[in-house]
Write a protein that binds this ligand. Structure first.
Ligand SMILES: Cc1cc2nc3c(=O)[nH]c(=O)nc-3n(C[C@H](O)[C@H](O)[C@H](O)COP(=O)(O)O)c2cc1C
Length: 319
């Protein structure tokens, strides 16, 4: 067992995410922790399962006009609009720090055309310091951002085009919950060659200032994240695990409203191999490490030898 502040040494927490060894099942969620340096003082990366960067696109993007974030009951709405430095500046300015990070790093890649996705993914896959790519086909905050994530045929096409150039690192496909049946999208991502799935991205939502009769967010709609979406996210993970990934042997990174070890354990029991923390990082950047320690304690208290024994271990009522 590790001490409260020492390194996490327990092998009971180690997981394999599509061939990438993680010291704990806890990740950061894209867009909530920058490119690495931002949280380096607060979050000990040696004790993080893996780090996921903000989305990177082919061209630099300023993102949407303010207001881009508003707090709502039990969560937040954001319409950042994929503000990012673009692939050239990412390679020149962000990769040198990433090369020093003592944790596997996944680079989240977004795009508007298949060519854009392929162009960015190929350049990132050439980097030895990157464990893999998380393909963001699910951004609700840019025009046509959900196009690839809501049409199964398009999704399979973009995933297989990216798969063809991602030959070194792993390919995680991040699914949108803004669909009728997420299992259909999960099947399409697997057909395209995904090594793993991450779910969920945010839910489209809005908030109105009754005083001014105007939306709080300049983009009008935003993506809802935080505890408000946790039960919905959990259901999506449960559905995808039972209907698609369990039989295919493909791991899930679960996310959506995780704030505590019991939240993370719920995702694991529903079928997630690893769990990401997003919005809650804004309150406590050390949360993924704290949660890992609490899971370690839970394993000891319940006589569970390894966290992987809990993956999908949800017990359902008899049919
Ligand atoms: C401010 C903010 C920015 C985000 N930016 C991205 C992004 O660039 N790419 C992406 O795939 N997801 C992005 N997300 C979605 C998160 O990675 C995550 O899927 C979602 O917020 C659910 O997790 P949470 O409730 O723990 O935040 C963003 C979320 C927030 C709150």
């Amino acid at each position: 067992m590790s001490t409260a502040s020492g390194p996490i040494t327990s092998s009971a927490l180690r997981v394999d995410l599509a061939g990438v060894p993680l010291v704990t099942p806890m990740l950061t969620a894209s867009g909530t922790c920058g490119y690495g340096p931002e949280y380096a003082d607060a979050l000990d990366y040696r004790m993080l399962g893996a780090f996921t960067t903000k989305s990177v696109t082919r061209h630099e993007r300023p993102g949407n006009a303010p207001e881009r974030i508003v707090e709502v009951r039990a969560g937040m709405l954001n319409a950042i609009g994929l503000a990012n430095v673009g692939i050239d500046r990412f390679l020149a300015e962000k990769v040198p720090f990433i090369e020093t990070m003592p944790t596997p790093v996944f680079v989240n890649v977004a795009g508007y055309t298949i060519e854009d996705y392929v162009y960015v993914a190929e350049r990132i896959d050439a980097l030895d310091c990157i464990a893999g790519i998380e393909l963001n086909v699910s951004c609700p905050n840019v025009k046509d951002g959900l196009m690839f994530g809501t049409d199964p045929a398009l999704l399979e096409t973009v995933v297989s085009a990216v798969r063809a150039v991602v030959t070194r690192g792993r390919l995680i496909v991040k699914l949108s919950p803004n669909v009728t049946d997420i299992a259909v999208m999960a099947r399409a991502a697997l057909a395209g060659g995904a090594d793993a799935l991450s779910l969920i991205n945010t839910y489209v939502g809005m908030s109105i200032d009754a005083g001014t009769r105007r939306p709080h967010i300049a983009n009008v709609t935003g993506g809802l994240s935080g505890p408000a979406i946790k039960p919905l996210a959990l259901f999506n993970v449960h559905r995808v695990y039972r209907q698609v990934t369990r039989s295919a042997g493909i791991p899930i990174v679960g996310m959506g409203g995780v704030q505590s070890a019991s939240d993370a354990l719920e995702f694991i029991l529903a079928g997630a191999t690893a769990v990401a923390v997003g919005t809650a990082l804004f309150v406590d950047p050390t949360l993924p490490v704290k949660i890992a320690r609490e899971i370690e304690q839970y394993l000891a208290e319940t006589g569970t030898r390894h966290v992987s024994e809990l993956v999908g271990a949800l017990e359902l009522p008899e049919a």
